[in-house]
Design a protein around this ligand. Structure first.
Ligand SMILES: Nc1nc2c(ncn2[C@@H]2O[C@H](COP(=O)(O)OP(=O)(O)OP(=O)(O)O)[C@@H](O)[C@H]2O)c(=O)[nH]1
Length: 632
């Protein structure tokens, strides 16, 4: 982590003003008293009210409610009051600003929910002072606001580039030479927040890379910060993205001992507090439905209460049917569909996807046994819980029913208490099935995420960070493939090695950052001028490789000359000045004497060496052991 003075910031940074600043200053003194802070807090009624509100919030402890600012300060402690004053002051001052691409209100909305979540999870796990952590949560992403404040135009640009391919911190580092985590840490340190809190904040987006030893306080704190951030991400997510975020939350909640229902209840409570605090701080909070609803897997049809089951009743005797319908639907509160025979029941089942089917053994047309076989023959019908109503059937016949896929049976006339008991087993089965389906959906979700991050890793491992071109590894793999393809087809294959001339001088006279920019511009120009069959990669430093498939030496040389002239004509911005540069190119084509792709690269390398020797800004060819240079 860098110190603030070591970060190259040209514009202004967020800073507290007025009463908050005075409190911050007073708290630097060892002998400041709660009465003195209360005195100054009274001059800002909004702050005084918010401090009292916070001191009376559930997480701040029990005891009788406080009404005086001084009592609120005594309850919260000077450190927490100072951090809260700081946070609230920034919220008030930076509700909008000059950075067009930065959504100030969503930023604070996210920060507020993160603060509440961190406070709550800290209270649940007894890691640290919940009130102190509320303020830390509120300010943990202050670096984003700092970048928006210091670099409004550039940061708009960076935010515009943000996508799944690159992390925001990478983009910030690339374009602004710092990132929001670095700035958050530097600002919080500057404002006197202790290192024990700042370090986990710095690492909170990637807790596994923090290096904290497992089980230590910073380790637990950085993971809580991550969980709090994921809750806040859910809070501000678009409606169609919400359900995709719940699986990870369930997993993270499990790590701190919260089961599905407890996590849901906690998040619902946090959302309620988010709305209350949002009103107080004039920050928007979105209308998030209950967590159970957001995280529920889609169902074919939803019945009234969560305990209610979708029951299909197939019974030809109207009296029994009516009695069972009344008991199941009226007394037990299930949602009941009725059919007078097996065929009607099957049609209804296809339409309504019941969880339980209660079928009479004997019905006109299609009886219970046939219905059971028909249902079990379908994929969706295999998970239905089937109860058969039997009259005077023998044991053998009952055995046959189980073979047909029946789960349970009930003797007629049906005893209501027995029915009730059997339905408990059925409900247990349905619940297990639902849990299993949820797990399966989660696993699918994780597998999909894993596949995406594997693809990203694969892409990152094959991509040059500076230019975005394929790197040496990717280039050599592509060349080996092209070599095999050329061997099979007998088509020509050529390779160009391109090296920027006197690049060291550019670095020396304009600095490394401008040097990097020159490399990016050259890379982009090469890629844009490459033909469909050509591929360009950066081998390293200022050296590039172009693979020209189906190109013989003559056309490869023509391509080389075209590229050389194009780079010669390029003007690259360096501050106020324009840099002109050139490249030397070694060209070689696949020859029968060459054993593999390495021989082809070595031949192009010898030609490149010759081009440098001959004075640079030229193309040389290697042909059957001879080197020849093109004058220009
Ligand atoms: N800015 C920047 N410089 C780099 C990078 N990689 C290598 N370099 C520098 O590139 C320079 C290459 O210098 P040399 O190998 O002497 O080559 P040159 O100055 O281009 O001279 P000739 O190739 O002989 O024309 C070195 O100073 C390296 O430090 C990079 O990613 N960015």
């Amino acid at each position: 982590m860098k110190k603030l003075e070591n970060i190259a910031i040209t514009g202004e940074l967020p800073s507290p003003k007025g009463v908050a600043l005075a409190i911050l200053e007073m708290c630097r003194r060892d002998d400041t008293t709660a009465a003195e802070i209360a005195h100054i807090a009274h001059t800002d009624p909004a702050l005084a009210g918010r401090l009292i509100r916070h001191a009376n919030s559930a997480a701040a402890g029990n005891g009788r409610p406080v009404v005086a600012v001084v009592d609120a300060i005594l309850r919260l402690g000077l450190g927490t009051v100072r951090n809260l004053a700081l946070g609230f002051s920034l919220v008030d001052q930076y509700q909008n600003g000059p950075c067009d691409g930065f959504d100030y209100r969503t930023f604070w909305s996210h920060s507020l929910l993160m603060a509440l979540a961190l406070q709550k999870f800290c209270a649940l796990t007894h890691i640290g002072q919940p009130d102190e952590l509320f303020a830390c949560g509120l300010l943990s992403r202050i670096g984003c606001l700092a970048l928006a404040t210091a670099y409004p135009a550039e940061y708009t640009n960076v935010l515009g580039l943000n996508g799944p391919e690159r992390t925001l911190t990478d983009l910030e580092q690339e374009h602004l030479q710092t990132d929001h985590n670095e700035l958050s840490a530097a600002l919080l340190t500057d404002w006197g927040i202790p290192g024990a809190l700042v370090e986990p904040i710095y690492h909170h987006e990637n807790p596994d890379a923090s290096g904290f030893s497992e089980g230590s306080r910073p380790y637990r704190l950085v993971h809580l910060l991550y969980l709090a951030k994921r809750v806040a991400d859910l809070g501000v997510a678009a409606e169609n993205e919400r359900s995709g975020r719940t699986a990870e939350l369930l997993l993270l909640g499990g790590r701190i001992g919260l089961n599905c229902e407890e996590l849901g209840a906690t998040i619902d409570e946090l959302v309620r507090q988010w709305h209350e605090w949002g009103e107080l701080l004039k920050i928007p909070a979105s209308a998030l439905p209950p967590f159970a609803q957001v995280s529920a897997p889609p169902r074919p049809a939803e019945s009234g209460s969560p305990a209610a089951l979708r029951v299909l009743l197939a019974e030809d005797d109207p009296a029994t049917r009516s009695m069972l319908e009344t008991v199941l639907g009226g007394a037990l509160g299930h949602s009941v569909m009725c059919a007078g025979d097996g065929r009607e029941a099957l049609a209804l089942a296809i339409e309504a996807m019941p969880q339980i089917v209660i079928a009479d053994w004997k019905m006109p047309g299609m009886g219970g046994l046939e219905l059971s076989r028909a249902l079990r023959a379908t994929e969706w019908g295999q998970t239905i819980y089937l109860i058969m109503l039997i009259g005077g059937e023998s044991e053998d016949e009952v055995g046959e029913a189980f073979e047909a896929g029946v789960d349970d049976f009930l003797a007629k006339p049906v005893d209501v208490r027995t029915l009730h008991t059997r339905l408990r087993a059925a409900r247990h089965y349905v619940q297990l099935l639902a849990a299993w389906e949820r797990d399966r959906a989660q696993l699918k979700h994780f597998a999909a995420e894993l596949a995406i991050s594997n693809r990203r890793l694969e892409h990152a491992a094959m991509t040059d960070l500076l230019t975005g071109l394929p790197n040496r590894r990717a280039g050599m793999t592509a060349l080996a493939k092209a070599w095999s393809a050329a061997n099979r087809s007998g088509q020509p294959l050529s390779a160009l090695l391109l090296d920027v001339d006197h690049f060291k001088r550019i670095n020396d006279s304009h600095g490394h950052a401008i040097g990097d920019n020159v490399l990016r511009e050259v890379a982009q120009a090469l890629q844009h001028s490459a033909r469909r069959d050509d591929s360009v990669c950066r081998l390293g430093g200022e050296e590039f490789l172009m693979i020209c498939q189906n190109a013989d030496l003559k056309s490869a040389l023509m391509a080389a000359e075209r590229l050389r002239r194009m780079i010669e004509g390029l003007r690259i911005k360096a501050g106020g000045a324009l840099i002109q540069t050139s490249i030397s190119i070694g060209v070689a084509s696949r020859e029968t004497a060459m054993a593999d792709a390495d021989d082809l690269v070595n031949a192009a390398d010898r030609a490149l060496y010759q081009a440098k020797q001959a004075g640079r800004n030229r193309s040389c060819i290697y042909v059957q052991g001879q080197l020849r240079c093109n004058p220009h």
